[in-house]
Design a protein around this ligand. Structure first.
Ligand code: GSH
Length: 306
């Protein structure tokens, strides 16, 4: 069974989403620490330009974005499930809602308070990454708005937990929990457990302790160059194939670009090998990584001919 190799850095909330899933599943995994700003010289040969954190590597298969990373984890290490039987759709939908609506307000809450303590190189990188000026003064001014948005979103989760259930969907933890834990963890880690608006969400506070209790599984360090050597020595898994009736009309083998629709909008170009409602994957060849297949979720990604 090929190793699970996570390319990440400790302070990344989206990486925490995956590390918590590793803990929930009690997995052993390899940890490659990447820089938190560009350049990322050992990651780019693998992804072909995708620069976000985290990335999961399994041999010569490279999974970009936590949506597809967690689906890959689920397929490769199914027990215990991240999407309990009968709750798959609701778990995925809640996770996507959390990724898209809770993360940025949480970033606003944190950066509105510590933005002025971060180095100029980080501020410059995040301005480029997000297309929005990372100006500590503007971030501090926007703090009340970010706090209110986070409070409004988390209030729904507080309501779910208020009936005494242990996790968001009932007695078992799911993808929905690890996704909501990402922004909650970020605020707790950077500002403390009592930071506003968490101080007004007691059910979430108790649930967050339970989530922290899963830990992060068992990571072992690996270097970036060693991870590249593993990719080069491996063959990608046989791809799922292209849905001939996909509404976009793209055909297997087409040369396409896959680009995130929100931040870090760097196109990844390759030959289309998988396309369905949930996934798009391209094959590409790199001098250092060899032949790799780079997988993305379909939601949140723009496909164009290249
Ligand atoms: N939709 C992506 C979002 C990932 C994301 O935005 N990650 C942040 C860190 S938490 C990032 O890439 N920041 C810039 C960087 O690490 O270079 C996912 O689910 O993985």
């Amino acid at each position: 069974m090929a190793d699970l190799i996570l390319h990440h850095y400790p302070t990344s909330p989206f990486a925490q989403k995956v590390r918590t899933a590793m803990g929930l599943k009690k997995l052993a995994w390899k940890s490659v620490i990447i820089p938190n700003i560009m350049p990322k010289p050992d990651l780019m040969p693998m992804t072909g330009g995708y620069r976000k954190t985290p990335v999961l590597q399994v041999g010569a298969d490279i999974y970009c974005d936590t949506q597809i990373i967690l689906r890959a984890l689920q397929r490769l290490r199914p027990d215990p499930p991240l999407t309990p039987a009968g709750h798959e759709g609701v778990a995925e939908a809640l996770a996507y809602w959390a990724d898209r609506t809770l993360f940025w307000p949480a970033v606003g809450v944190v950066m509105g308070q510590v933005g002025d303590k971060l180095p100029e190189s980080f501020r410059k990188d995040r301005t480029e990454f997000s297309g929005r000026d990372f100006d500590p003064v503007k971030l501090a001014a926007a703090l009340p708005m970010a706090r209110d948005q986070l409070y409004a979103g988390l209030a729904h989760v507080e309501t779910m937990l208020a009936d005494g259930r242990v996790f968001m969907l009932g007695g078992l933890p799911s993808l929905a929990d690890v996704a909501v834990y990402n922004p909650v963890w970020f605020v707790r880690a950077r500002l403390g457990e009592q930071a506003s608006p968490l101080d007004r969400l007691p059910h979430i506070a108790a649930w967050a302790q339970r989530m922290a209790g899963f830990g992060e599984g068992t990571p072992t360090e690996l270097s970036g160059p060693d991870a590249l050597a593993i990719a080069k020595a491996a063959d990608p898994a046989i791809p799922d194939g292209v849905d001939a009736h996909d509404p976009g009309g793209l055909k297997a083998g087409a040369r396409i670009a896959v680009t995130p629709d929100d931040t870090g909008k760097v196109p990844v170009v390759g030959e289309l090998v998988t396309l369905n409602a949930l996934e798009v994957a391209v094959r590409r060849i790199d001098e250092r990584a060899g032949t790799v297949v780079v997988h993305f979720p379909r939601a949140g990604y723009v496909l164009s001919p290249a």
